[in-house]
Design a binder for this molecule. Structure first.
Ligand SMILES: Cc1cc2nc3c(=O)[nH]c(=O)nc-3n(C[C@H](O)[C@H](O)[C@H](O)COP(=O)(O)OP(=O)(O)OC[C@H]3O[C@@H](n4cnc5c(N)ncnc54)[C@H](O)[C@@H]3O)c2cc1C
Length: 410
């Protein structure tokens, strides 16, 4: 694809270098095996890919906890890496992205925690084996009400109580990416739901630990490289210092993570859509119908043009918001209503666009689009999830309307 001036300006040299490395990784390590991932029930293939990504090769595990972590993670460079990974497999992208999501609150200023970064990098992420992180927010009673800034944490049921210098956690979480396979769980709790935002407590729980257990893994339509289950906390005790910041500040960190997650989700939608666009364009060039290539019929050229409009718009806007997220001195707090609304625009638009692109690509490819060999149906199943998670498209649109139209509704 030709490179555009706007993308060059948004991304910079470092980001382009990371994209190149990940592109090569996807081509060599993911694409050759991606059709097997849905049947990889014990995650042998997935773990081997994740090990190469996190521990060897691009070495994301070390990078996330390095001194330069904020510069890389809170920037278009990390977002570009997620886009490229999702072009290979969205489940792999989300497994890596959510490890970063778990760590982000202690990596980014002004709440950077050198003590916890040192402790976790020495005790958890230092071993020469795969370690993942999980950001556990959703509960069996619901996800959106916890992600809805207007609910101010009043619908969080997982309780954290201070007992001397330890937090005692009781409750359960459902669905988080990397649940049941992580070494560190950032758990969204409340010290008292009546306190609203001041009650929100973001507490790190290393695993294994007494009192923490898991259900069976969920059997999903797609995103097979991502593990999801229910997590049970039964008098789980962790040191007081494992709370990310403190009353009021943890609510800001929760909102900041919603912004970060929404930008990452948008990038994954763009990556999957781009890969499908490349596949369908190639097919529509080679396959002849009514005497000429599929793409040379104006009725189909219009569909391909709509795909290109969606991908280009979503990528450019997502990188713009990623750039704003990386520069709070210029653009303000990462947890502001403006940042929430703009990250939601990126997420909602890119998710709807990717579902449209994958859906229409199957139509243009006829029955060949519907078989596993073509890789399009896999992206279609995988990427549907980007409309569902992070509060779904409805809460996303509400957050946008709240900022731009001054809505009052919850
Ligand atoms: C593959 C996968 C990965 C996931 N990863 C994570 C993760 O890493 N961490 C995590 O904590 N969770 C994760 N989740 C959970 C996911 O974020 C939630 O399922 C999602 O936010 C929706 O919550 P819910 O399913 O409880 O739906 P509900 O909260 O019950 O919402 C149902 C519907 O109501 C709509 N809605 C919500 N609020 C409003 C409102 N105010 N007004 C009108 N309509 C509204 C929603 O858009 C949705 O359509 C993951 C789920 C999957 C399947």
């Amino acid at each position: 694809m030709p490179e555009h001036l706007s993308i060059k300006e948004l991304e910079g040299t470092e980001s382009k270098m990371i994209r190149r490395v990940i592109k090569g990784f996807v081509k060599n390590e993911i694409v050759p095996v991606r059709q097997e991932i849905d049947d990889d029930k014990d995650h042998k293939i997935v773990n081997s890919i994740m090990e190469k990504l996190m521990v060897g090769g691009p070495g994301f595990g070390k990078l996330m906890l390095s001194g330069a972590s904020e510069d890389i993670m809170a920037s278009p460079a990390f977002i570009g890496a997620l886009e490229e990974l999702a072009a290979g497999d969205s489940g792999i992208a989300v497994a890596l992205g959510c490890t970063g999501w778990c760590l982000a609150p202690i990596l980014f200023e002004p709440y950077r925690r050198e003590d916890l970064i040192k402790e976790f990098s020495e005790n958890i992420f230092s071993e020469k084996k795969l370690n993942m992180g999980c950001f556990a927010m959703t509960e069996p009673e619901g996800g959106c009400d916890i992600e809805n800034p207007r609910m101010e944490g009043k619908k969080i049921h997982t309780r954290a109580e201070l007992d001397d210098d330890e937090w005692v956690i009781n409750g359960s979480k459902q669905w988080p990416t990397n649940s049941g396979v992580s070494s560190l769980y950032l758990t969204v709790c409340t010290t008292d739901p009546d306190l609203g935002d001041d009650g929100i407590a973001m507490i790190y729980v290393p695993y294994p630990i007494k009192g923490m257990s898991f259900s069976e893994f969920e059997n999903k339509a797609g995103m097979a490289a991502d593990r999801n289950c229910t997590i049970y906390y039964d008098d789980v005790r962790v040191p007081k210092r494992y709370r990310a910041a403190g009353p009021g500040d943890d609510a800001k960190l929760l909102h900041q993570n919603l912004v970060f997650g929404s930008i990452g989700s948008a990038a994954m939608s763009v990556g999957a859509a781009q890969n499908v666009f490349d596949i369908v364009t190639d097919y529509a060039t080679r396959r002849i119908v009514a005497g000429k290539p599929i793409k040379e019929h104006s009725i189909n050229a219009g569909i391909l043009a709509d795909m290109a409009i969606g991908i280009e718009t979503a990528r450019t806007y997502t990188l713009c918001v990623a750039k704003m997220f990386g520069d709070p001195k210029t653009y303000g707090h990462r947890w502001s209503d403006e940042m929430i609304a703009k990250a939601r625009i990126a997420k909602v638009y890119a998710a709807d666009m990717a579902v449209m692109v994958t859906n229409k690509a199957i139509e243009l490819m006829g029955s060949w689009g519907y078989v596993r060999d073509a890789d399009v149906e896999k992206h279609w199943r995988d990427i549907k999830e980007t409309q569902i998670w992070l509060g779904g498209q409805q809460l996303g649109r509400l957050d946008i309307a709240r900022y731009f139209c001054k809505l009052k509704m919850l």
